[in-house]
Design a protein around this ligand. Structure first.
Ligand code: NAD
Length: 486
């Protein structure tokens, strides 16, 4: 913990700037150097944020949904208007080259607006002459949002927009590796909401566990690794907090022999290496049919060698560094393990010698039980795996504890769709990848998640059902005999 001069980024608590005594260094992953300080919240700051959110909930839950939507739409407009400033900050703390950084900021604003196109239904489960049963979806209370560093803005919006629109109030925590853009967004949009509706706090490793244990939260919406997700679930169990967990993945893409290699190679490459392969739904195991294996491998290797990787602030770089030192060391460890086991590594072009850079690397047909295949690399190391039999490759693709997404590539869409149905994942793409929409749930299977985000189903995770039995007879008349509650 660095006790240094005041930071220019403030937390948002109760609608106002909330300075902290302590701060944490934020590093530029392209250089490894500290370039800013972020607030480091204490347990008292957390208490104040939860208390403000609790007070705000008492009125926000009764504000008509049209007004809640209008507040989000105006916040989205402010984010859009500051996209250049936010993108420049994003590049410095996250490492991604500027066009992708700006794309995420604008994508976050778009997502915030699009979420307001959803509506919270009132379901009618019975309508007779004697009664009507309505199921309302009412807000939960104060929501705790925790997000990782790979898509800091978009993943924060995936919590801010549905939580607030559904009538909850929120205390959001960005990753200690990428706190600044989120803090800045909260500074910009805090006046769009009544005080206490949106609170953003930042801190080090101790803050997340303090939040999940805090009794003031009704729900935890968490995005991060599976290992942390398990800890969050354990902590939430103590007082039965509702949880949504969006966790890790080890996605398979299956390439059939009928594809046109030149057409799909670039898409396969981007599907694996987008954001320097730090994408939960990136292709992390690429199964290529034996008939075209050598051709696809060689084409991907050419792309890896030709793709510029470097500081995201410099024009022309397509991919940036690994976002933080711990993740960088993890990826280096996977590469060391691959080398120690005699695996063949096909490296891309040169990368800068400072900062957290790793060359884009393909691993040529490693055994299925090698670490580089079994573990989620979350960095630019892609195992290429040869296959010949459809049943066998489906079994291999499903042979993982994860189940986030997957892809099938073929000229025969019907055949690809059949295979898609056999993959045990929450999402499958055919001849595309990395797609998600504000109207489609993202829901990990197996150890990739619990619950879902996006779409109506994701929105309703920020509510609870409340069934109201409304008689059509005057009071005192006999209740409906059938279906009397037990
Ligand atoms: P992480 O689990 O280390 O951290 C995520 C967040 O949790 C951070 O804000 C961190 O400070 C906080 N945290 C850490 N320990 C905590 C604890 N004990 N209690 C509460 N909070 C805690 O993950 P990461 O390294 O930041 O992100 C990478 C992982 O996130 C990858 O596994 C990736 O696949 C996954 N991810 C999943 C999705 C999805 O939608 N399924 C999206 C993006 C990333």
């Amino acid at each position: 913990m660095a006790n240094v001069a005041a930071t220019s980024f403030t937390m948002t608590i109760d609608g106002a700037a909330a300075p902290t005594a302590a701060s944490l260094p934020v590093r530029n992953p392209a250089t490894g150097e500290v370039f800013a300080e972020a607030p480091d919240a204490t347990a008292d700051d957390l208490d104040r944020a939860v208390a403000a959110a609790t007070r705000a909930f008492a009125t926000w839950k009764n504000v008509p949904i049209a007004e809640r939507k209008a507040a989000l739409i105006s916040a989205a407009g402010i984010i859009e208007a500051h996209a250049d400033e936010l993108a420049a900050l994003f590049v410095k703390e996250q490492g991604r080259p500027y066009p992708g950084a700006k794309g995420e900021v604008l994508g976050g604003a778009m997502w915030m607006k699009a979420t307001t196109m959803l509506d919270i239904p009132i379901d009618v489960t019975e309508e007779t002459d004697t009664r009507r049963i309505e199921v309302h979806h009412v807000p939960l209370g104060v929501v705790c949002g925790i997000v990782p560093w790979n898509f800091p803005v978009l993943l924060a919006v995936w919590k801010i927009a549905p939580a607030i629109m559904a009538g909850n109030t929120l205390v959001l925590k960005p990753s200690p590796f990428t706190p600044l853009t989120t803090l800045r967004i909260a500074e910009l949009i805090r006046d769009c909401f009544p005080a206490g509706v949106l609170n953003v706090i930042a801190g080090g490793d101790a803050l997340g566990p303090l939040m999940t244990a805090h009794k003031g939260f009704a729900k935890i919406s968490f995005t991060g690794s599976t290992a942390t997700g398990r800890r969050v679930m354990e902590s939430a169990a103590k007082d039965l907090k509702r949880i949504t967990l969006e966790l890790g993945g080890n996605d398979a893409a299956i390439v059939l022999p009928d594809v046109d290699v030149d057409t799909v190679a670039e898409q396969l490459f981007e599907g694996a290496f987008h954001n320097t392969a730090q994408v939960c739904v990136a292709t992390k195991r690429l199964f290529i049919h034996a008939d075209i294996y050598d051709q696809v491998r060689d084409r991907l290797h050419e792309l890896a060698k030709a793709t510029p990787v470097g500081d995201g602030a410099e024009q022309g770089n397509r991919y940036g560094p690994i976002q933080n030192e711990a993740q960088y060391r993890r990826v280096l460890g996977l590469l060391d393990d691959a080398r120690a086991n005699g695996l063949t590594l096909l490296e891309g072009g040169d990368v800068p010698q400072r900062g957290y850079f790793v060359p884009l690397t393909l691993v040529d047909n490693p055994p299925d039980d090698s670490r580089v295949v079994v573990e989620e690399a979350f960095g630019p190391v892609l195992p290429l795996l040869k296959w010949t039999d459809v049943d066998d490759v489906v079994a291999r693709a499903n042979d993982t504890e994860y189940g986030l997404a997957g892809a099938v590539w073929s000229a025969n869409i019907e055949k690809a769709t059949e295979i898609a149905h056999r993959l045990d994942t929450g999402t499958v793409w055919i001849n595309q990848n990395l797609q998600s929409t504000p109207f489609t749930p993202l829901a990990g299977a197996k150890q990739s998640g619990f619950g879902q985000e996006n779409g109506l189903a994701g929105l309703l995770e920020f509510t609870r059902p409340k069934s109201i039995f409304i008689p059509k007879q005057p009071a005192g008349t006999a209740p409906e005999a059938a279906g009397a509650a037990s």
